[in-house]
Design a protein. Structure first.
Length: 137
């Protein structure tokens, strides 16, 4: 949940996700006070996206995957999409079982939609560090 104390997203004590009790550090999902997105990507995998910095200005739009219902967010499961200032307000969707879609406000004041192979986030294959299907308007 959004945490107006700033610096990170918070997880309520004893929160559950997909029937599993979730415990995680308050510092696991660093961000300024801003909207973020979370989606269940199948199995035990969650995908979270936000501007990954502890305080304003918003920047470093980064989706990341957790292999264990959010208990850990490995650095190897993160993909920097937009490093510029003002990137934020992501929304996530599963396009199919292998592809995550992300729509966000880009740093150049445009809406950006990207398709990301789930394997590129989860380590199912060697991460390519590229995305396909980018379109901005």
């Amino acid at each position: 949940m959004r945490d107006d104390r700033g610096g990170c997203h918070a997880v309520p004590p004893r929160a559950t996700w997909v029937g599993q009790e979730r415990t995680t550090s308050r510092r696991a999902l660093v961000e300024p006070v801003c909207n973020a997105a979370l989606i269940h990507a199948g199995g035990r995998t969650l995908v979270f996206a936000n501007p990954a910095v502890p305080r304003d200005p918003r920047r470093r739009m980064t989706p990341k995957a957790s292999p264990d219902f959010g208990a850990a967010w490995p650095e190897t499961s993160q993909l920097l999409l937009d490093e510029g200032k003002s990137a934020g307000y992501p929304s996530l969707t599963m396009i199919d079982e292998e592809t995550v879609g992300i729509l966000f406000e880009g740093s150049r004041a445009q809406l950006t939609f990207m398709r990301i192979r789930l394997d590129d986030l989860t380590g199912g294959t060697e991460p390519r560090r590229e995305v396909s299907g980018m379109a901005g308007s």
